[in-house]
Design a binder for this molecule. Structure first.
Ligand SMILES: *Cc1c(COP(=O)(O)O)cnc(C)c1O
Length: 358
């Protein structure tokens, strides 16, 4: 019998044609593809984390309710710990939201946007429906979003703001209109909010169906330690707790994120630098003939050139610079570049110029 074993015959039918998410590993290149913090992690904060880590009882399971970290996040955001849930990266929280609310039903995503919503939704068994953003400025159209939410099977609508990969933010007034007009959960992914002038934080004070997703992976330079968090009403978090794995966030990452918040000032200086460099890079890119760059409130820029995106991507890679090819039917010939250090930005500009001239 075992000779006839076929793993694929056991797999859920709806996952048969799913292609596992692949991350391109290109050692030795300038990494401007994943919107990480290009400035590295501050040495003095790392030293503090390592010192604090000495006190951790690594033989014990982590604090399942992440008390210290949730208290610090609550203080950082002006909420109570009951309004905070932490995750193994915000990715895990996206998955848990899908599992708890959208499995067997539908989730609406405003495309083009972060690809993980559709991936997690599908794995969790939710049908993911696409609500197209406006073609002209990639803004979320309130009417279109509300129309999609009229389907009672839509349990969650996700708005990434500032949006990855387009860089634009959705005005909090528009998020409010959408939340006012639906009974679905409106999940605002604020992964890049630290680089933006506005947040939807104030909406939490009076809209029970709004939740905000944040991360330590971008402005706080901690992508390798996988910490994200959700801000929401106590009721919503109580329901989500039902699907959260009890020890989802390890002790080291809890301590590291707490230390980062204790040293937030160090990170704000870097964020300001990145925002200044973003505007410089935007201006410089716009000067290259044929390059169209879009304004951004995040730490990356969306751009397109007259060439196919694949040609620009591989031309840059051959010259040692890794960017993200985000080409899709919604984004023909588009690429995304993370704002790097001054040096990295200079090299990227030089190499992009070369690729376009060749
Ligand atoms: C990078 C990113 C995240 C962060 O994911 P983590 O799992 O917290 O590292 C979340 N949402 C968007 C839109 C992102 O671009």
């Amino acid at each position: 019998m075992a000779g006839n074993f076929s793993a694929s015959s056991l797999l859920r039918r709806d996952l048969l044609d799913l292609v596992p998410y692949k991350v391109h590993d290109c050692p030795g290149v300038i990494k401007m593809d994943a919107n990480e913090n290009s400035h590295g992690f501050p040495q003095e904060v790392l030293a503090e984390i390592l010192e604090r880590a000495r006190q951790l009882a690594l033989n014990r399971y982590p604090d399942s309710s992440a008390r210290q970290l949730r208290a610090k996040i609550a203080a950082h955001t002006g909420l109570s710990p009951e309004n905070v849930m932490v995750g193994n990266g915000s990715d895990e929280i996206i998955f848990n939201v899908m599992l708890a609310f959208a499995a067997g039903a539908k989730a609406a995503v405003t495309v083009p946007t972060f690809s993980m919503y559709a991936i997690h939704g599908r794995i969790a068994g939710a049908e993911v429906i696409e609500v197209p953003r406006r073609e002209r400025d990639f803004g979320v159209d309130v009417e279109t979003a509300l129309k999609a939410c009229e389907d009672p099977k839509v349990k969650v609508v996700i708005i990434c703001s500032p949006n990855n990969p387009t860089g634009n933010a959705t005005p909090p007034e528009d998020v409010q209109k959408i939340a006012d007009g639906t009974r679905a959960l409106v999940l605002v992914d604020e992964a890049y909010v630290e680089f933006a002038p506005a947040s939807c934080r104030h909406l939490l004070d009076h809209l029970p169906n709004v939740a905000l997703l944040r991360t330590f992976s971008k402005a706080f330079g901690m992508a390798g330690l996988r910490v994200g968090y959700l801000l929401a009403s106590r009721e919503l978090i109580e329901e989500l707790e039902k699907v959260r794995q009890p020890f989802n966030l390890n002790s080291f990452s809890q301590e590291a994120a707490a230390a980062v918040l204790d040293n937030a000032k160090t990170f704000w200086a870097r964020v300001e630098q990145i925002v200044r460099d973003r505007e410089l890079l935007l201006a410089e890119m716009s000067r290259l003939p044929g390059v169209e760059v879009f304004p951004s409130q995040a730490n990356f820029l969306l751009f397109r050139t007259p060439l196919p995106a694949g040609a620009v991507y591989s031309g840059l890679l051959r010259r040692g610079v890794l960017v993200r090819n985000v080409e899709s039917p919604y984004l023909p010939r588009f690429l995304r570049v993370t704002v790097g250090t001054e040096e990295e930005n200079r090299i990227f500009l030089e190499k992009l110029g070369e690729v376009l001239r060749d």
